[in-house]
Ligand binder design. Structure first.
Ligand SMILES: [Zn+2]
Length: 148
C-alpha cells in the first residue's frame, strides 16, 4: 500500500472505524514511516480540538451568559478608561497651555504664576480622591450584591 492509502486508514482509525486487521496493518506501517506518524499526530490534535468545541455546544446558554457578563465588564472598564484618558488629556493640555502662556511669561504677576499651578494641583488631587471614593463605593455595592 502507498502512504496515501495509509492516510485514509489514519482518518478511519481516528474515527474508530477500522477493523482489527486494518489497525494492525496501519500500526506496522507507522513503525517504519515517519511521514505517516506525523500525519497521525496532526489528525489526533485536530480531533482533540474539534472534540472540545463540540463538547461546548450543549452549554450555549452558559456561554451566552458568560460572554454578556464579560461584555458588561468590558463596557464599564472602557467607559472608565475613556473618561480617565479624556481628563488626563484635557488637564495636561491645559497645564501645557498655562505653562507656555502664563507661567513662563515674566510679565505676569507672581501671584498668578504661583496661584494657578497650586489650584490646578489641588483640583487634580481632589479629583483623584473622588474617583478613589467612587471605586471603593462601587466595590462595596458589588460585595453587598454577593452577600444578598
Ligand atoms: Zn507512510
Amino acid at each position: 500500500m502507498k502512504c496515501e492509502q495509509y492516510q485514509k486508514l489514519i482518518m478511519g482509525y481516528i474515527d474508530g472505524e477500522l477493523t482489527e486487521s486494518e489497525i494492525r496493518e496501519l500500526m506496522d506501517h507507522l513503525k517504519v514511516c515517519e511521514e505517516c506518524r506525523r500525519e497521525m499526530r496532526q489528525f489526533k490534535i485536530l480531533n482533540a480540538v474539534t472534540d472540545i468545541s463540540s463538547f461546548q455546544t450543549p452549554e450555549d446558554k452558559f456561554w451566552e451568559g458568560y460572554w454578556s457578563g464579560i461584555y458588561n465588564k468590558m463596557e464599564r472598564r472602557l467607559g472608565w478608561i475613556l473618561v480617565t484618558g479624556g481628563l488626563i488629556l484635557l488637564m495636561s493640555g491645559a497645564l501645557f497651555w498655562l505653562c507656555s502662556q502664563v507661567l513662563l511669561n515674566p510679565s505676569e504677576p507672581i501671584w498668578v504664576r504661583v496661584g494657578i499651578p497650586l489650584t490646578m494641583i489641588g483640583t487634580a488631587v481632589l479629583l483623584i480622591s473622588v474617583c478613589r471614593e467612587r471605586v471603593r463605593a462601587y466595590r462595596f455595592e458589588r460585595y453587598k450584591d454577593v452577600r444578598r
